[in-house]
Design a protein around this ligand. Structure first.
Ligand SMILES: Nc1ncnc2c1ncn2[C@@H]1O[C@H](COP(=O)(O)OP(=O)(O)O)[C@@H](O)[C@H]1O
Ligand SMILES: [Mg+2]
Length: 287
């Protein structure tokens, strides 16, 4: 399913003195199969945008299509859409509530498949828990509150992927985790990507994460998409990003310093590629 937003607008508390124009005409296309990044300053509209994708926020202006679902159409089957477009909120572990891990993950499934048999549900829940690399037998009867931060987040992700959504959206999935926890979450998303969930959309303020993981990304500023490109295309425009109040990946920072010293490195800004290109330049100078 391809996502196409055109002229998307959204205002919180319209007609009040506290009106907040969160989206001011968002145009963006996310192709099926992408690992798509959404970046932007705090308050630029990232969360408001992604919450439109499974109609948690109802469309009030512009158009939005997700596959064949036209979200402007009052007859759109929003429940079915939500089973195909899974949403993992920021700090999703705060929304765990059931007595056991198994019940928590099952809750996500029961919402969508009221007629599914108990054994079928249990099998789906087991599969989802194992997919997020947790030991089913070990965690199923535990309270989610007994688990570590990273494990809780995995349980929350299992509760969303249990419906096998075609598109998985995660708002800051690695926020607040230590470096190992972050890496584990990104590895997990790559393992899910393409098979379990065809398309992944991640909101992130971590530019290194975007440079390393995404096929393409959109930069939000003041409720609009101001850049939509590959990470290489985006991070080549370092001055503009800095002007939007954004950071750069460490590779882009290093490339800028090298350029000031007269060394130009053509890189896609992944660490692997950057090091390879720097070593090639070094070899050229030695030779
Ligand atoms: N529930 C809300 N009520 C009122 N204003 C909101 C609400 N959520 C977000 N906003 C405002 O909408 C704008 C965009 O916010 P948001 O989509 O959360 O941005 P981001 O995720 O990029 O930080 C901001 O100005 C924010 O203050
Ligand atoms: Mg946000």
């Amino acid at each position: 399913m391809r996502i196409v937003a055109e002229g998307l607008t959204y205002t919180y508390n319209p007609k009040s003195p506290f009106a907040s124009h969160a989206l001011n005409g968002v145009n963006v296309t996310i192709e099926e199969g992408e690992f798509f990044g959404i970046i932007g300053h705090t308050g630029s509209g990232k969360s408001t945008f992604v919450q439109h994708l499974n109609a948690l926020i109802k469309l009030t202006g512009g158009s939005l299509k997700v596959g064949d679902y036209d979200l402007a159409d009052k007859k759109c089957d929003f429940l079915e859409l939500r089973s195909k477009v899974g949403m993992v909120f920021q700090y999703p572990e705060y929304q765990l509530f059931a007595e056991t891990v198994e019940k928590d993950v099952m809750f996500g499934l029961k919402n969508f498949h009221k007629d599914m048999k108990e054994e079928e549900m249990r099998a789906a829940v087991k599969e989802a828990i194992e997919r997020v690399d947790l030991d089913y037998e070990e965690v199923k009867d535990k309270s989610p509150f007994e688990l570590s931060g990273g494990q809780k987040r995995r349980v929350a992700i299992a509760g969303v992927i249990v419906t096998k959504p075609e598109i998985l959206i995660l708002d800051e999935p690695a926020a607040g985790l230590d470096p190992l926890g972050k890496k584990e979450i990104m590895d997990l998303l790559h393992a899910i990507h393409g098979g379990w969930c065809k398309t992944i959309v991640v909101v992130s303020h971590d530019m290194d994460e975007i440079a390393e993981n995404c096929t393409r990304a959109a930069v939000f500023s003041e409720g609009k998409v101001v850049m939509e490109d590959t990470p290489a295309g985006i991070f080549r425009r370092g001055d503009e990003l800095l002007a939007f109040g954004l950071d750069l990946p460490v590779t882009a920072k290093c490339a800028r310093i090298l350029k000031e010293r007269g060394v130009e490195i053509e890189t896609d800004f992944t660490v692997e590629d950057f090091i390879t290109k720097v070593l090639a330049e070094y070899g050229r100078r030695q030779g």
